[in-house]
Design a protein around this ligand. Structure first.
Ligand SMILES: [Mn+2]
Length: 419
């Protein structure tokens, strides 16, 4: 049997973002460095034949020393255990990975200078291609060579799949499918694909969550091959930090305070599901999503603010949980069409919300354009320029609808004089 541990984007040198302030001191044990060290241990425990790195190993291409120590100690541990490391360079590490490969003997760069290169590992063969410079606008698969034994060849590539015109090695799914390999293990996109036998093909995903939006399990993949059964692949979600979306239906809640209890109950359920799995994260950042019909919409903004800023991490099943974000997807307890029927300010506002929701309405585009002009002026202010805000129609519509409904709730509340 031959086995490989395949690792997607590590981004050594990046510190985990969006941690709770109480956990700031532990950031170093929750980020890429810690996940890399766990992956090394796992590779040694499984006695794999090689570790594969699919690019973006380091965060910044210029800083040799930021990633050098951590990468080197892992690679050397693997070398001592007789496990070679094969890496392709991604767009982030065109300068630093070749330099690291020269400095660290056991680290082998595959496909330098943008030329495909094949290496045999046990009974398998790994073929890879490295970014020769930070931007490559053509598909590396254009000059993919015919491997000796395609049914035993594993392709390793950092690329932008199905994004024609991308500056990061654009390839199409069709190209990948028709290339003669037994598997494609890809780097670049941080959301892991569902990699499955008999022909695993897709993104390995980031080794650990680099942003709070990178939700769900993160870790390396264990690929095994034997003569009788062929390829098998398994995700090992060993990253110490994980973000999870928790949906909470608020329809049956009568008081705003009950949201905290509902969040605890949902977290307990998640915790016991995680406890049953082979790997548990140390820390879980919760992204609560409130759904259903809310009986106290006016109190929601203040409550959410409080949940995010005042709640502290708590422990369930030996894992620490904290609330990272709360988003509101609740529906209203009033009929927007009925409100829009009148002629008062509430009605005028409700009419515009309805126009926002109706793409075919004659005033729809004009409303968006008007808002874009106003927002572009603000986004263009020197203070906000680093945000590099892209104001596309979809985001604009969401922002406007959100603001419109919030104002409408306030107005309706004032009209009723209560709640
Ligand atoms: Mn990346």
């Amino acid at each position: 049997m031959t086995s490989l541990l395949a690792i997607g984007d590590i981004h050594l040198g990046r510190t985990p973002a969006a941690l709770h302030a109480d956990l700031a001191a532990r950031a170093g044990q929750l980020g890429p460095k810690a996940a890399w060290s766990r992956a090394v241990t796992e590779a040694i425990n499984h006695q794999v034949d090689a570790v594969l790195l699919a690019g973006d190993v380091v965060e910044r291409s210029r800083d040799l020393l930021v990633a050098y120590g951590d990468l080197k100690s892992g690679v050397e541990k693997l070398a001592t255990a007789g496990i070679p490391v094969l890496a392709v360079a991604g767009n982030h590490d065109t300068l630093v990975l070749p330099r690291l490969a020269r400095e660290i003997e056991a680290l082998q760069l595959l496909g330098a200078e943008g030329r495909w290169q094949e290496r045999s590992v046990g009974k398998l063969s790994v073929i890879g291609w490295s970014f020769p410079r930070p931007q490559v606008r053509h598909s590396p698969l254009k000059d993919f060579p015919q491997p000796g034994e395609p049914e035993r060849t594993i392709g390793l590539l950092h690329c932008d799949r199905d994004q024609a015109g991308s500056a990061y090695a654009p390839v199409s799914s069709a190209e990948l499918r028709s290339a003669p390999t037994a598997a494609w293990l890809l780097g670049h996109i941080h959301q892991p694909d569902r990699l499955e036998a008999p022909r695993p093909m897709g993104y390995l995903g980031s080794l650990s969550a680099l942003r709070a939006s990178e939700t769900g399990p993160r870790g390396p993949w264990l690929l095994t091959w034997d003569e009788a059964t062929g390829l098998a692949i398994e995700h090992l979600p060993l990253a110490p930090l994980r973000y999870e979306v928790l949906s909470i239906d608020v329809s049956d809640l009568h008081q705003p305070e009950q949201i905290a209890e509902a969040s605890l109950a949902a977290t307990r359920k998640l915790a016991s599901a995680l406890a049953d799995q082979a790997f548990q994260p140390d820390v879980v950042g919760l992204r609560l999503c409130l759904t259903g019909t809310c009986r106290f919409p006016r109190q929601l903004p203040a409550l959410i603010d409080q949940l995010v800023t005042e709640s502290r991490p708590w422990k369930e099943h030996d894992m620490l949980f904290f609330i990272q974000k709360v988003s509101v997807e609740t529906t209203l307890d009033f009929d927007l069409h009925a409100v829009a029927g009148g002629s008062d300010p509430c009605a005028l506002l409700a009419q515009r919300v309805l126009i926002l929701r109706d793409c075919s309405h004659e005033q729809h585009q004009a409303l968006l354009d008007q808002a874009r002009n106003r927002m572009a002026r603000i986004a263009g202010l020197r203070e906000f320029q680093p945000l590099d805000l892209e104001i596309d129609d979809a985001r604009l519509r969401k922002w406007l609808e959100h603001a419109g409904l919030r104002a409408l709730l306030e107005l309706l509340g004032q009209r009723r004089g209560a709640s």
